[in-house]
Design a protein. Structure first.
Length: 67
């Protein structure tokens, strides 16, 4: 249910907001990967979650572009 609400929020945002959120998510993923490489990351499942959120954001951007 949590992801459905997140997807609904993404669809309600404008393309500029989605692009900004995509950049922020990619920065977070970079930081998580860096922490993982230096053995400072406690919750490794967060990497998978952020990757999926990036895919959801990109899907929302694509759907808005097609509409």
């Amino acid at each position: 249910m949590k992801t459905k609400n997140y997807v609904k929020e993404l669809m309600a945002k404008s393309e500029a907001d989605l692009a900004a959120e995509l950049v922020a998510a990619k920065k977070e993923l970079f930081n998580l990967r860096f922490q993982n490489a230096t053995n400072q990351l406690d919750n490794t499942a967060r990497i998978k979650e952020v990757r999926r959120n990036i895919a959801r954001i990109q899907t929302a951007i694509t759907e808005k572009a097609r509409a």
